[in-house]
Ligand binder design. Structure first.
Ligand code: UDP
Length: 235
């Protein structure tokens, strides 16, 4: 018996590119293998996919683009990641469905929450793309929202290059220390950044726990689902 029966995994775009722009098929194949192993245990898995490996609206705005248009580009970028992940999951023999918040019938289903739950009940992995379909939002916030709407027990937030939530950015501050557990209130008060504030607020308000962990850690998702305490638990 696993600790969790249904989880929402948030994969930031950085994870797909292995830290570079675009999609690295070897990296995605590795993530798919991990997710497939967990799915085979009968754990329901929803995935919200980021797009920072292609475009981030706020960065494009700083370089002269209209924010909303750049955000739509960002959302479209997430869909490319979704399709790559779907492909490698299916190569692992896992049934998947991609649902997008911007309708694009040729490549994915529209986001229909009840249908997503039905897919989960049938053992399919459901991948959510195109964020919320709205500019000025982030895929972190969408992860919290989708987790709530599809009744997941926890949000698993995979991070590239960091293995949990730290008192400061460990890449910039060598004295930064990692939290094993922390409350949402403390995250807010200390101004810690591992997900955006809206996502944290949504989780806090609705008592949805969140685990921040390192995407590079071997078998991390399976270990978390089995009850091992890795990364940082925010609750
Ligand atoms: N985005 C958006 N609305 C959403 C989700 C995403 O406008 O609901 C845009 C936004 O420009 C964002 C980009 O898509 O910068 C990529 O998403 P995000 O930055 O959340 O991806 P991640 O950091 O997880 O790779």
């Amino acid at each position: 018996m696993t600790t969790y029966q249904r989880v929402l995994l948030k994969l930031s775009g950085e994870v797909f590119g292995g830290g570079r722009v675009g999609v690295d098929p070897d990296v995605v194949a590795g993530i798919a293998r991990e997710i497939a192993a967990v799915a085979r245990q009968g754990v329901g898995i929803c995935i919200v996919v980021g797009g920072g490996n292609f475009f981030r609206g706020a960065e494009m705005q700083q370089r002269g683009m209209d924010r909303a248009r750049a955000d739509y580009m960002g959302m479209l970028g997430t869909v490319m990641n979704c399709l790559a992940l779907q492909d490698f999951l299916e190569k692992e023999g896992i049934e998947t469905r991609v649902q997008t918040a911007i309708t694009m019938g040729q490549v994915a289903e529209p986001y229909i929450p009840r249908r997503a739950v039905r897919h989960l009940e049938k053992g399919r992995v459901v991948i959510f793309g195109a964020g919320a379909g709205m500019p000025y939002f982030s895929t972190d916030t969408v992860a919290a929202q989708r987790a709530l709407e599809t009744r997941c027990e926890v949000v698993l937030m995979a991070k590239q290059g960091v293995d949990g939530l730290y008192s400061a950015d460990p890449k910039l501050d060598p004295t930064a220390t990692k939290f094993d557990t922390i409350s949402y209130q403390d995250v807010m008060m200390k101004g810690l950044k591992a997900a955006d504030a809206t996502a944290f607020a949504l989780c806090m308000e609705n008592k949805m726990p969140l685990i921040v962990f390192g995407a590079e850690e071997e078998g991390a998702i399976a270990r978390i689902v089995a009850g091992e305490k890795i990364g940082t638990l925010v609750s």
